[in-house]
Design a protein around this ligand. Structure first.
Ligand SMILES: *[C@@H]1O[C@H](CO)[C@@H](O)[C@H](O)[C@H]1NC(C)=O
Ligand SMILES: *[C@@H]1O[C@H](CO)[C@@H](O)[C@H](O)[C@H]1NC(C)=O
Ligand SMILES: *[C@@H]1O[C@H](CO)[C@@H](O)[C@H](O)[C@H]1NC(C)=O
Ligand SMILES: *[C@@H]1O[C@H](CO)[C@@H](O)[C@H](O)[C@H]1NC(C)=O
Ligand SMILES: *[C@@H]1O[C@H](CO)[C@@H](O)[C@H](O)[C@H]1NC(C)=O
Ligand SMILES: *[C@@H]1O[C@H](CO)[C@@H](O)[C@H](O)[C@H]1NC(C)=O
Ligand SMILES: *[C@@H]1O[C@H](CO)[C@@H](O)[C@H](O)[C@H]1NC(C)=O
Ligand SMILES: *[C@@H]1O[C@H](CO)[C@@H](O)[C@H](O)[C@H]1NC(C)=O
Ligand SMILES: *[C@@H]1O[C@H](CO)[C@@H](O)[C@H](O)[C@H]1NC(C)=O
Ligand SMILES: *[C@@H]1O[C@H](CO)[C@@H](O)[C@H](O)[C@H]1NC(C)=O
Ligand SMILES: *[C@@H]1O[C@H](CO)[C@@H](O)[C@H](O)[C@H]1NC(C)=O
Ligand SMILES: *[C@@H]1O[C@H](CO)[C@@H](O)[C@H](O)[C@H]1NC(C)=O
Length: 587
């Protein structure tokens, strides 16, 4: 090949001498082939054109596939010394991507002998899994995720011994894993979403043949057997192990704790049982532990606090049956999800000192009791504090004086009493406050009206009273639920003036008086309007019938607990239009 390009240049030079004239363009071409950029080889160019012929390309992504130098075509890459195509990237973004290709992959691809990178992900390629891909011997990177091939994965895929990266996830074909055991260089393997039920007895011994494996992703594969023993472990280089969404029912196997380099472990959404024990401490590089949605149980040993986690670690134990006192973890944890377990006793007072880097704390739906510790305020980086559905009592401390980053406070469904603390002035990010279902009393502090990004204000089912202060600066409010309290006074017209994103407005079961302000008709996004059980008088403004979302019955009613909807038919409304609102709620 070097020869032919050199002789081409010589030929060109002789042409110049012979004819003495030549267009500028031709000279450029001649110099290009001298200058590292050798252009592409004819047979490879023709192979690519044949491939193009077989593809459906609705958004004309291959419009650049014309002309001589196929190395300049979009998605094609060449070795800059040999000029051979070594890279073909025809991947699409996502399912339902308008730019995705259809049609078929022509075996003309085989002329690309030096191809080491092939990405066809997320296209509408169907038919039988093309076995010629197993002959592209130099492949190092192969992404065939999200394709519609049927049949069995061709066994000769096991010939791709140089493969480092293999993604076959979300495929529709049958997978016989045996052929993967010979891919001894493999570092990354993703088979997520493939039906591996037939491989359930041998998947582990097979992947254990891959000594270089760094990431193993087998989520949602229908696997049900997680062997508790392994004679020896080959894949000790593993950093990422994702076995989420399978059907494992055992305990965590002891061999797992020999994978001491593991950084990310995801066992979420299985039916694993047993306790969490000290051996977890062998995983010294862990930074992501997801055991959510399983049947783990027992109390969490104190030693868990001594586990080394790397900086900015995430722990998710949501929806298990863990019990005992709320565990405190490493100071490096930034996201801690302990929702929906059986933890009981008080929230430890030193939580703020032990885990000062927490950004997300979800301990809702447990059986925590006692009061909310003032020291929670030491969590100065906290953004989410979700404590709903517990048995907490006492007053809400002024714990957020020191929490400028707070985004959401959810203390709903506890037994909190006393008043809402004041001083909401310096919380520019706060978007959600849910204090519903408590025994809180007093008035809404005026400073709450300074939360200009507030989207959810839910104070229902408490003993709040007084008039509602101006919330007209809360222009992003989507849900304002003040139901089931003792508020009084007129319904404030500012609601209709400034809260144009409001979807749910509930003032039910209070002592509001006066008439319904005409301004409410400006709330064009409103889905639910509930003014039931108040002392309102006067007419219902006709224009309320024009609020388009109110006209349709809507599942939100039921999720909100409405047991009936209020039909209003006004003679004055044209076409006798009916609108719905919530009459009463389930208690
Ligand atoms: C050729 O490619 C190599 C690796 O891809 C790169 O490092 C090098 O800079 C390139 N050389 C030229 C002349 O483009
Ligand atoms: C490849 O393309 C050629 C000609 O364009 C066609 O005859 C052949 O059937 C195609 N083969 C496959 C496997 O698509
Ligand atoms: C490729 O794999 C097939 C089936 O596994 C085998 O028969 C064939 O000999 C292999 N070819 C090479 C070149 O290794
Ligand atoms: C997976 O494959 C097995 C056997 O091949 C079959 O019985 C099962 O229905 C498949 N599961 C799904 C979700 O397709
Ligand atoms: C470990 O990997 C090597 C090379 O792939 C293989 O020969 C050996 O059988 C594997 N050991 C186990 C226990 O699977
Ligand atoms: C795990 O490590 C322990 C000690 O570090 C060793 O005794 C044991 O054999 C290892 N287990 C496997 C399956 O390699
Ligand atoms: C843990 O896994 C569940 C289910 O797969 C997922 O919804 C959740 O976001 C994960 N947690 C974290 C912290 O990523
Ligand atoms: C926190 O993470 C850093 C950096 O990853 C590490 O050096 C340190 O030992 C960790 N601390 C704890 C208590 O795990
Ligand atoms: C923790 O919070 C308490 C109460 O607000 C405060 O007195 C103490 O100084 C804080 N400690 C740290 C380290 O911020
Ligand atoms: C309130 O919390 C208790 C447990 O503390 C739970 O049983 C109940 O279902 C929760 N109520 C709602 C409406 O979530
Ligand atoms: C507060 O938590 C409860 C229970 O976990 C949930 O139903 C409610 O939607 C949350 N409120 C907000 C505003 O997210
Ligand atoms: C609302 O914003 C205006 C203008 O920024 C300000 O003067 C007023 O004090 C704010 N009202 C409340 C209740 O924060």
């Amino acid at each position: 090949m070097g020869h032919s390009s050199a002789s081409a240049s010589i030929y060109l030079v002789s042409l110049i001498i012979l004819l003495g004239i030549l267009s500028l363009e031709t000279i450029k071409l001649g110099f290009c082939s001298d200058d590292h950029n050798v252009g592409c080889i004819d047979i490879e160019r023709k192979g690519l054109l044949k491939l193009k012929q077989g593809l459906k390309d609705p958004s004309r992504r291959l419009s650049s596939w014309v002309g001589e130098d196929c190395c300049k075509w979009s998605g094609v890459g060449c070795n800059n010394i040999t000029g051979r195509v070594n890279r073909l990237d025809l991947g699409s973004g996502d399912w339902f991507d308008d730019h995705a290709f259809g049609g078929e992959i022509n075996s003309s691809l085989l002329v690309l002998k030096d191809l080491d990178y092939l990405n066809l992900r997320m296209n509408y390629f169907g038919g039988v899994f093309p076995s010629f891909i197993g002959s592209l011997e130099k492949l190092k990177y192969l992404d065939l995720s999200g394709l519609y091939f049927v049949g069995v994965i061709p066994p000769n895929l096991g010939n791709l011994s140089r493969l480092l990266y293999l993604d076959l996830s979300l495929g529709t074909f049958e997978t016989d894993l045996h052929c993967l055991a010979t891919l001894s260089s493999l570092k990354y393997l993703h088979l997520g979403g493939l039906n591996l039920t037939k491989a359930t007895s041998y998947w582990l011994p097979t992947v254990n043949m891959l000594p270089s494996l760094v990431e193993l992703h087998l989520p949602l594969c229908g696997l049900s057997i997680l062997p508790l023993t392994l004679p020896s472990i080959n894949f000790t280089s593993l950093l990422v192990l994702d076995l989420s969404g399978n059907k494992f029912t055992s305990t965590i196997p002891p061999w797992l704790f020999n994978l001491t380099k593991l950084e990310k472990l995801d066992f979420s959404v299985n039916s694993l049982t047993g306790k969490l024990h000290d051996s977890l401490g062998h995983l010294k590089s862990l930074r992501f532990l997801n055991l959510s949605y399983n049947s783990f149980q027992g109390s969490i040993p104190k030693s868990i606090g001594n586990l080394r986690f790397s900086y900015d670690s995430h722990v998710d134990l949501t929806s298990n049956r863990f019990e005992g006192p709320l565990p405190l973890w490493s100071s490096n944890i930034s996201l801690l999800h302990l929702r929906d377990n059986l933890f009981s006793g008080p929230i430890p007072h030193n939580i703020g000192q032990v885990m000062p880097n927490l950004k997300y704390l979800d301990i809702s739906t447990n059986s925590l009791s006692g009061s909310i510790p003032l020291f929670l305020g030491n969590l100065s980086q906290l953004q989410f504090i979700l404590i709903s559905n517990n048995l907490l009592s006492g007053e809400i401390p002024h714990f957020w004086n020191n929490m400028p980053s707070l985004v959401c406070i959810n203390l709903s469904n506890n037994s909190l009493s006393g008043e809402i603390p004041h001083f909401w002035n310096n919380m520019p990010s706060l978007g959600c406050i849910d204090l519903s279902n408590n025994s809180l009393s007093g008035t809404i502090p005026r400073s709450l009206g300074s939360l200009t990004l507030l989207k959810f204000l839910i104070l229902s089912s408490n003993n709040f009273s007084g008039e509602v202060p101006s919330l007209k600066n809360c222009t992003y409010l989507r849900i304002l639920d003040l139901g089931d309290n003792k508020f009084f006074g007129p319904i404030l017209a500012f609601i209709g003036e400034s809260m144009l994103s409001l979807k749910i407005l509930s003032l039910s079961s209070n002592s509001f008086t006066g008439s319904i302000p005409l301004k409410l008709c400006g709330l064009s996004a409103l889905h639910i309007l509930d003014f039931s059980h108040n002392n309102l008088s006067g007419n219902i403004p006709h224009c309320i019938g024009n609020l388009s979302y109110l006209k349709y019955e809507n599942t939100d009613y039921y999720s909100l607990g409405c047991i009936g909807s209020f039909k209003l038919v006004s003679k004055a409304l044209q076409e006798n239009r009916v609108f719905m609102a919530c009459v009463a709620r389930r208690k």
